[in-house]
Design a protein around this ligand. Structure first.
Ligand SMILES: CC/C=C\C/C=C\C/C=C\C/C=C\C/C=C\C/C=C\CCC(=O)SCCNC(=O)CCNC(=O)[C@H](O)C(C)(C)COP(=O)(O)OP(=O)(O)OC[C@H]1O[C@@H](n2cnc3c(N)ncnc32)[C@H](O)[C@@H]1OP(=O)(O)O
Ligand SMILES: CCCCCCCCCCCCCCCC(=O)OC[C@@H](O)COP(=O)(O)O
Length: 392
């Protein structure tokens, strides 16, 4: 192991990275608040400014993945589709199996110049995560409680707001609605069985409502669906802590560009279309499992330097004052100040660890596991309900 690799595993480095992320994030959140008076005067300008500010936060995670951990991101796609990436609005349908799939998605956004404007249908809980969740308010991210009756109105309204968005954007949908676990998979396949749908081996059954409503409301704004299937080589199960420790992973993403006008307008046909898409995605994963690659040509988009430059800018700006502060603190000789600062640093570290915990699958929600007992009941014929509940 080289010196650099050892350095990457050091707690001090992690603390500095987290400090830079947090402090720069709070500064940017503050700048985003400063754009509030601009919204009623010049909404499009406010949106463009927020895209740049948002970029300055999310690109730090891209820099961490690309430059710190050196993770390789390979794209399998048709050359004729490749030409259009970044030049049109698109809905991205992505499997949800990995703790860092959001970072990998962001890395592809960065390579095609749509990172600042990228959107997602995200669970409401993420809006409370400091820095990223707060940044998302200003980027008009669509949040859902994953309770359709409550979500219907807000999701439709938020999608309609995106119709005149001034920048090209990719709107990400994890139609499975939650990350893959064996338990959730088992329950989800029980639902599939009851609905007479073919079983999926590598995916949970997709929830169709979010997809159908997105297609409906963004028709005319978005030109294509990017069916994206992600996997990592050699059965790697990447984690954010692994990335922070400088571990190099190998992401493979297979993307098919599907023109939006080929997707049925009728809701039940649209839902059936999505179920069929997930069956195809399952076959691609099977192909990957068997051959170690996806079908199609490899057309890896080049690295761009901007994420790294942005990160270095914040490091230069924030690390020097930190050193001065710590030096002054030590020289002050006040035990009280030193203890208070240590407690403060400890609290920040705990907060940071909590944020990282948001990405961890084993700390994930019960959605699709226990929370959907009622829905499972609805799918079961009378008499079989208790069995399903006990197993959930
Ligand atoms: C060239 C490169 C291309 C691509 C690059 C890749 C990516 C880059 C793109 C963009 C990046 C942008 C941002 C990335 C950054 C961060 C993202 C990080 C994470 C955020 C992600 C999340 O938060 S995921 C969780 C929230 N999102 C969703 O849930 C979306 C999917 N869900 C839906 O659409 C739902 O329909 C809903 C949320 C709108 C409503 O939820 P609800 O639970 O009420 O669902 P339904 O009413 O649909 O559910 C009931 C139906 O489901 C059946 N059911 C019951 N139990 C189960 C079960 N266990 N499993 C499956 N199905 C079940 C039930 O029978 C009902 O069936 P119906 O037939 O009646 O619908
Ligand atoms: C350079 C900085 C290093 C420090 C990084 C701190 C990062 C904090 C990141 C918080 C961002 C959270 C995005 C997580 C996305 C995600 O994957 O959410 C899960 C949901 O889809 C589904 O949840 P679930 O139902 O629980 O599976």
């Amino acid at each position: 192991m080289g010196i650099l690799q050892v350095l990457k595993t050091q707690l001090l480095c992690h603390l500095i990275i987290c400090y830079v992320f947090l402090v720069s994030g709070f500064i940017i959140n503050l700048l985003q608040i400063c754009t509030l008076p601009l919204w009623p005067i010049n909404k499009q300008l406010a949106r463009k400014i927020n895209c740049r500010l948002g970029y300055s936060i999310s690109s730090q995670l891209v820099a961490l993945l690309e430059w710190w951990s050196g993770t390789e991101c390979t794209l399998y796609t048709a050359p004729e589709s490749y030409k259009l990436y970044g030049k049109e609005n698109a809905i991205v349908v992505l499997n949800h199996n990995f703790e860092i799939d959001f970072m990998t998605g962001w890395t592809f956004c960065e390579r095609f110049g749509v990172l600042g404007s990228s959107k997602v249908l995200a669970k409401k809980e993420l809006s409370f995560v400091p820095v990223i969740g707060w940044m998302w308010y200003f980027l008009e991210i669509v949040f859902c409680k994953r309770q359709w009756e409550e979500d219907r109105k807000t999701v439709v309204q938020s999608l309609r707001n995106l119709r005149d968005y001034p920048e090209n954007f990719w709107f990400l949908l994890h139609c499975e609605g939650t990350r893959f676990t064996e338990k959730k998979h088992k329950i989800s396949m029980e639902v599939a069985e009851k609905k007479g749908l073919p079983k999926l081996k590598y995916h949970l059954l997709p929830r169709t409502k979010g997809f159908c409503v997105t297609v409906q409301n963004l028709r005319g704004t978005v030109t294509a669906v990017y069916d994206s299937t992600l996997n990592f080589r050699n059965n790697e199960m990447p984690t954010l802590l692994g990335v922070l420790n400088g571990k190099k992973y190998h992401a493979d993403l297979y993307v098919r560009r599907i023109p939006l006008d080929t997707i049925p307008e009728d809701e039940s046909e649209c839902a059936a279309w999505l179920h069929k898409l997930y069956q195809e995605k399952d076959e691609f994963q099977e192909h990957y499992r068997q051959t170690g690659r996806f079908p199609g040509a490899i057309t890896s988009p080049p690295h761009r330097p901007w994420a790294l430059l942005n990160w270095l800018f914040w490091v230069c700006l924030l690390v020097y004052p930190l050193c001065m502060l710590l030096l002054q603190l030590l020289l002050s000789g006040s035990t009280f100040t030193v203890v208070c600062t240590s407690v403060f640093c400890l609290a920040v570290s705990v907060g940071m660890r909590w944020m990282i915990g948001q990405t961890e699958i084993d700390k994930g929600s019960n959605y699709g596991r226990d929370a959907n007992k009622q829905q499972l009941k609805d799918c079961h014929p009378p008499g079989q309900q208790d069995h399903a509940i006990v197993r959930s």
